[in-house]
Design a binder for this molecule. Structure first.
Ligand code: GDP
Ligand code: MG
Length: 426
């Protein structure tokens, strides 16, 4: 999915130096690979590793214009404050690859390889990273499958742009609830009294009711207020979703984008040149992109209220993957313990050791299977030590169950000399 030409010339004439890199890739069944090598190559570059970082992610379903939009982000960042950043009429749009109707779509996270160094109003330099996150949203199971990927991108970014078409629907809110719930679980240890995530921007593409709510941020606010409103008339579940979303993000916005025109949407030969794009769309791009990326609007990534550097981001990325595996270990171990309690817990009668072993094997298999299919980060290699940890912990539990079981065996305890003496003494 990479660009064939790794160094396209941007509209402003400057070279686009980067290319999209796949940092998280959905593998076979429920597995997600985090490419630590790529992460380290980009983020541990000596020129940036100790600088603070702002991460803007665009997330959502396939074929909704995310990469197309991200390429305008690239133009903006590449133009370094030049007012004509949008470019000339004839240059094709390059960067994250877009269109390519027949390409196989991959669920995962792409990171633009070139970090952009910008200056905050305070004069401090900050690194801006762009992320493209996509997955399938067409059924409940595909949504659940990619929830880890979306949760991760929400945790990693300082600004999450949730790319939608036409409107903010109840479905979109439900998906968001699921993604943030995963994220909250992974962040649970950090005694979160404050909100776990920073900025969420709903981006509605092809908004077609400008007379109801005008394009841009003001119209977006109006729609957002309406959609996130909690009222007694709503079913309690709908109220709950809305409260949950508000409680997760420090800042929530919404932006309404007009339709870019039929050439963009349907012409197979369209290559992104401005002359083929409706002027309304271009006008709003000029508002939206600086709103997210102007130096005065950048949001530095914070963890528990502390701003972090690129180097710390690498650790955070890895730790997040680890938290995921630890949660899977603990769930699987709980399953084993609960099941064993039902067959040989305190209230249960003594079991023959062979029968106990059979139960042990059965529930250990069940627990290990539960761990294997759990949606977790890092791929099989990363998960191996966690699997071993689970096995050790289950063996320990089994030993305890065995001892406990023996304690219930009056015949075997009667055979020990100490007990014999006591019995004789009486
Ligand atoms: P992604 O899969 O979300 O990254 O989508 P792409 O950026 O690859 O775009 C998919 C298709 O949608 C391309 O043919 C674009 O020309 C088209 N497109 C881009 N932006 C918009 C938009 O705002 N509205 C519509 N209707 N189509 C768009
Ligand atoms: Mg794309």
């Amino acid at each position: 999915m990479e660009n064939e030409n790794p160094s396209p010339v941007s509209a402003s004439g400057a070279l686009l130096k980067g290319k999209p890199l796949q940092v998280v890739l959905a593998g076979e069944e429920h597995q997600f690979e985090l490419d630590e090598g790529i992460l380290e190559t980009v983020l541990l570059d000596p020129s940036i590793q100790d600088k603070k970082v702002a991460i803007v992610s665009v997330a959502g379903a396939f074929r909704k214009g995310k990469s197309f939009l991200l390429d305008f982000f690239l133009r903006y960042l590449n133009a370094k404050g030049h007012p004509d950043w949008l470019g000339d009429d004839e240059s094709p749009l390059e960067g994250f690859s877009w269109r390519g109707g027949s390409e196989r779509e991959t669920t995962g996270i792409l990171l633009w390889s070139e970090p952009f160094i910008c200056k905050l109003p305070s004069g401090e330099e900050v690194v801006v990273l762009l992320m493209d996150t996509q997955g399938a949203f067409d059924s409940e199971s595909t949504v659940k499958d990619c929830a880890t990927v979306f949760a991760l991108s929400t945790m990693i970014s300082s600004v999450q742009v949730f790319n939608l078409t036409q409107n903010i629907q109840e479905d979109d809110l439900q998906h968001l609830q699921l993604f943030t719930e995963y994220g909250r679980l992974a962040l649970e240890d950090n005694d979160n009294v404050s909100k776990p995530f920073q900025c969420l921007e709903f981006l509605v593409r092809d908004w077609s009711f400008p007379y109801e709510a005008q394009y841009g941020a003001a119209g977006g606010r109006k729609i957002l207020e309406r959609r996130l409103q909690v009222s007694d008339k709503q079913h309690s579940e709908l109220q709950q979703i809305r409260r949950h979303i508000r409680s997760c993000f420090k800042d929530i916005g919404c932006f309404l984008m007009p339709h870019p025109g039929l050439r963009v949407a349907t012409n197979p030969h369209f290559d992104g040149r401005l002359k083929d794009i409706e002027s309304d769309f271009k006008e709003q791009l000029k508002v939206l992109v600086p709103l997210l990326l102007d130096e005065s609007n950048l949001v530095v990534k914070e963890i528990n209220g502390v701003e972090i550097t690129c180097r710390e981001l690498v650790e955070y990325f890895k730790a997040t993957a680890e938290a995921n595996n630890l949660a899977a270990v603990s769930n699987a171990k709980n399953l084993y313990q609960k099941e064993m309690e039902t067959v040989c817990g305190g209230d249960q009668p003594y079991l023959h050791p062979d029968a106990l072993e059979r139960e042990h094997n059965r529930y250990m298999e069940k627990a290990l299977e539960m761990f294997r299919v759990a949606r977790k980060m890092g791929g099989p290699q990363f998960s191996q030590p966690f699997l071993e940890q689970l096995q050790t912990e289950i063996e320990q539990l089994y030993e305890n169950f065995q001892k406990h079981n023996e304690g219930k065996n009056i015949f075997s305890s009667a055979r020990t000399p100490a007990v014999l003496f006591t019995v004789l003494a009486i």
